[in-house]
Design a protein around this ligand. Structure first.
Ligand SMILES: [Zn+2]
Length: 413
């Protein structure tokens, strides 16, 4: 990530009354550099992209660096003041982006720090006592652990004085102790996460990464209150590749994996929720029965619950429902559907890009209702043979962009 080294030029540095072209040019160079960095942030994080002249390609501004405008005429105090105001506004916007999108990069150059940054990590509300130590195990190790920092990981084995565990980035690391994840029946997967993978962003600034995490916590709490042991692939503001999330659910021997997402871009507006639930295939022609039943129950419970909210302009596509999405070559298109061996469904609850839905998704009531509906479906999947909404006959064919591969390691203890 780039950091803007130069500090803002100031009109006070110039002799009063007399201004040179150089005073103007220095400011215009700074303004162009700030604009370049703003555009890089916009393209990297998918926010305010319409403000990027020429648009974005591959996460960068298509037109490259902004060039300073050429100045003609005699510089006046007003010319200087206009530029200094713009420098200040752009600096403040840069800091807003840094604080909103990046808890790890460039925030150190934000002068006042970021408001609420310390509180941005949700409370784990997990009882980390009693932690277990490697010496507590004679034979079988637990398949997973919550580390002392609250990160959920799969256990790879024992190592000198600790547990060898798979980090969220997919490398092997050591922790000295942890809360065992044993007998887990359900794994919840809050989609996206970390600096490199924000997901959709609502017009109200709500980031999908954060909304998915909040809702996942609510689902975990709901399952725990029903006595269903559950764990999460991601417990905080960090990224994790899909392969690690899938391997975590498989390692824990879960009976169901439910991936939580919110959709974009907005489709046509109507009176019904456009909830989409993606399920697994056994072949290009056939859905996997257990995954289709899990997805059907989730779709039924969630659409029924969301329909209870009044005055929402929902967004939906024509084929919204329980769906398979296939690559042109035939396999399941989404990695989070294709990779896990455990029966999996991926839910797009609604459209975060749609202002009416984004406002709803920011409420505690939405989190409560959506979590309850999700837990109802999971409980029915585990304890009954109900099947819910029928899968669409016609699969979608789509070749999605690869998920971001960059990953920052997070401290485990
Ligand atoms: Zn998503």
């Amino acid at each position: 990530m780039l950091a803007l080294g130069a500090s803002a030029a100031s009109a006070q540095d110039a002799p009063s009354g007399e201004f040179t072209r150089e005073d103007i040019e220095l400011r215009d160079i700074l303004i162009a550099a700030q604009e370049t960095l703003l555009n890089i942030y916009r393209c990297q994080f998918g926010i305010d992209i319409l403000a990027v002249r020429g648009g974005c390609a591959f996460g960068l501004p298509t037109l490259g660096m902004s060039q300073p405008a050429e100045f003609v005429g005699t510089p006046t105090l007003e010319d200087i003041e206009v530029r200094d105001r713009l420098v200040a506004v752009q600096e403040s916007l840069l800091n807003t982006y840094r604080c909103r999108f990046d808890f790890e990069i460039d925030t150190h150059i934000t002068p006042e720090g970021c408001p609420g940054q310390a509180g941005s990590q949700p409370d784990l509300s997990l009882d980390l006592e009693p932690m277990v130590l490697p010496g507590d195990f004679d034979g079988d190790l637990p398949p997973g652990l919550i580390t002392p920092n609250g990160v959920s990981v799969a256990v790879a084995g024992l190592t000198d004085g600790g547990f060898a565990v798979w980090t969220p980035c997919g490398t092997v690391s050591k922790v000295s102790a942890g809360l065992p994840l044993q007998g887990i029946r359900v794994v919840v997967d809050p989609g996206h996460g970390g600096s490199y993978d924000i997901g959709a962003v609502g017009p109200n600034g709500l980031a999908e990464r954060d909304l998915n995490l909040t809702l996942s916590y609510a689902v975990l709490n709901e399952l725990s209150s029903r006595g269903i042991p559950a764990a999460s692939t991601r417990t905080g503001h960090y990224g994790s590749p899909l392969s690690v999330r899938a391997a975590f659910a498989d390692a824990l021997g879960a009976e169901a994996l439910v991936s939580i997402h919110h959709n974009a871009p907005t489709s046509s507006i109507g009176p019904e929720p456009g909830t989409e639930v993606f399920v697994q295939s056994v072949s290009a022609q056939q859905a996997r029965a257990d995954s289709a039943r899990l997805g059907g129950l989730l779709h039924q419970e969630i659409t029924e619950a969301l329909s209870g909210f009044d005055n929402i302009s929902w967004s939906r596509t024509n084929d919204a429902g329980v769906l398979r999405v296939l690559l042109p070559s035939g396999g399941d298109a989404y990695g989070m559907i294709r990779q896990p061996a455990v029966p999996t469904a991926l839910i797009e609850y609604g459209y975060l890009s749609n202002p009416s839905e984004a406002a709803l998704f920011a409420t505690d009531e939405y989190i409560r209702v959506a979590a309850k509906a999700t837990a109802n479906a999971i409980e029915a999947y585990l304890n009954t043979d109900r099947s819910g909404t029928e899968s669409n006959q016609q699969p979608r064919v789509f070749d999605p962009a690869p998920a971001p591969s960059s990953c920052n390691e997070v401290a485990l203890e």
